[in-house]
Design a protein around this ligand. Structure first.
Ligand SMILES: C[S@@+](CC[C@H](N)C(=O)[O-])C[C@H]1O[C@@H](n2cnc3c(N)ncnc32)[C@H](O)[C@@H]1O
Length: 282
């Protein structure tokens, strides 16, 4: 069975294109049964993300229900597609929580799940950081959660001890204005366009170091070609230690201090005190 849980993004895309019911309910197709032009990018992103999630699931116990939390779910395309693939194609039992600050979208998700007859989904209105459940969440996922909403997903995943945290970040606004001066690479960041690109890289590097520091093994992967979207990087983290990794956390603070950043992630962890003891050595 484990070997069967494998599909490429292209195979997932092909499968979905044949599946009228879910494609219509999610609004991917027009009245002529054709894929809407403006949805092509989204469905490719979802297929590419699903491919990586299937690789992770391959290593989990398939006899147990897998519980997902989709943060900043929007219309929850990712959860609906995953639910369809895992239950219908691979016979894996799943449960999905979705959380979003947009009340209308949450209501829309409830409507779609009821039309599709998916009883394995609960949607909550609110911020990711405020989400709570008594159930053990296995995998936290987020696709294009705006700016610091991605950090909320990472924080939530760490705090609830999720086995896997998989986020594809969206806009990286928070550091752009913070890295104009007072760091060793000002000769680079003085150029607006380069500062934007560098802020994106620095943001995802800080997120990755923070996850390493909190006992996760981290990989960065491309879910689709960068030609389709520059927002194609998946930060995929797997819990390997129950305790914090002090060495990695130090690297996080070294990087953060090097650029004098006030990064959103650490605000949620007042118990991390390394920040006080480390000084920038550059
Ligand atoms: C770019 S959309 C992505 C939606 C969906 N994941 C997708 O890929 O289609 C970002 C979503 O994040 C939600 N959002 C923004 N800040 C949030 C927060 N702090 N907690 C939960 N949702 C948030 C917005 O309401 C919006 O639906």
């Amino acid at each position: 069975m484990a070997d069967l849980i494998k599909m490429s993004g292209k195979e997932i895309l092909y499968l979905l294109e044949q599946e009228e019911n879910i494609m219509n309910c999610l609004g991917f197709k027009n009245n002529n049964g054709q894929l809407k032009k403006d949805m092509r990018k989204k469905i490719s992103e979802i297929s590419g993300f699903c491919e990586q999630i299937l690789k992770v699931i391959k290593k989990l116990d398939k006899d147990k229900e897998i519980v997902f939390l989709e943060c900043s779910c929007g219309k929850s395309y990712l959860s609906f597609v995953l639910s369809y693939i895992l239950e219908r194609e691979f016979n894996i039992k799943t449960f999905f929580f979705g959380v979003d600050t947009n009340k209308e979208l949450v209501q829309r998700c409830e409507e779609i799940s009821s039309i599709l007859g998916y009883g394995n989904m609960v949607f909550k209105h609110g911020k990711t950081i405020d989400f709570s459940t008594d159930r053990k969440v296995d995998i936290v996922i987020a696709l294009h959660a705006c700016n610091t909403a991605t950090d909320e997903a990472i924080v939530k995943g760490i705090k609830i001890g999720a086995k896997h945290i998989m986020v594809v970040p969206c806009c990286h606004g928070q550091l752009r204005s913070q890295i104009k001066s007072h760091h060793p690479l000002t000769n680079l960041t003085q150029f607006g366009l380069l500062r934007y690109k560098f802020a994106d890289i620095l943001t995802d590097a800080l997120r990755s170091q923070f996850l390493l520091g909190n006992g996760y093994y981290v990989e960065l992967l491309g879910i689709v070609s960068p030609k389709l979207t520059p927002k194609n990087i998946l930060i995929s983290a797997r819990k390997i230690k129950s305790k914090k990794n002090k060495g990695s956390l130090e690297k996080y603070y070294q990087l953060s201090n090097m650029f004098n950043t006030n990064f959103r992630l650490q605000e949620f962890f007042p118990e991390h005190s390394l920040n006080d003891t480390l000084v920038c050595t550059c």
